[in-house]
Design a protein. Structure first.
Length: 151
């Protein structure tokens, strides 16, 4: 059995106490542990570790859901909002196709959708959204008393 004050040759370097390892093998303490190289734990700077990529279709689903939430009172028979997204680095360009009830304040509805979509994509995906283009594809007449065709 090996005495506790002497390191064993069959133990890997990471099992040794920091005082047992030579100073030249010790990575700087300000960098986190990430991988093993040759049986030793090595430290890698944050910029060298890799990146997380979020697919365009995932960002499009986030944007469509946010648009749906912004249009809480959708017209009967209206299709749910559809989003297409183009992502370049950490910038997302969003286009939303939606259907609105009529009569309504179309500009206010579109502004609410823009605000909600930009905020939600930034919050969930961590991407800047400099523009949200909105295509109003259909206007649906609200049904109710007094609504109908005027002759």
């Amino acid at each position: 059995m090996t005495p506790p004050d002497r390191p064993s040759l069959d133990r890997p370097d990471e099992d040794r106490a920091p005082a047992d390892r030579p100073d030249e093998d010790r990575p700087p303490a300000d960098r986190p542990l990430v991988g093993r190289a040759g049986g030793r734990v090595r430290r890698v700077a944050a910029g060298e570790r890799g990146a997380t990529k979020i697919a365009d279709r995932v960002v499009a689903k986030i944007a469509a859901q946010a648009a749906k939430e912004a249009l809480a009172g959708r017209a009967a028979g209206a299709a749910p909002p559809h989003a297409t997204v183009t992502v370049h680095h950490d910038i997302a360009r969003v286009r939303i196709a939606l259907e609105l009830a009529y009569p309504t304040d179309i500009a206010a509805q579109c502004a609410a959708v823009r605000r909600t979509v930009a905020a939600r994509v930034e919050e969930c995906a961590g991407m800047a959204v400099p523009e949200v283009d909105i295509d109003v594809e259909h206007l649906h007449a609200r049904s109710g008393p007094g609504r109908g065709r005027v002759r």
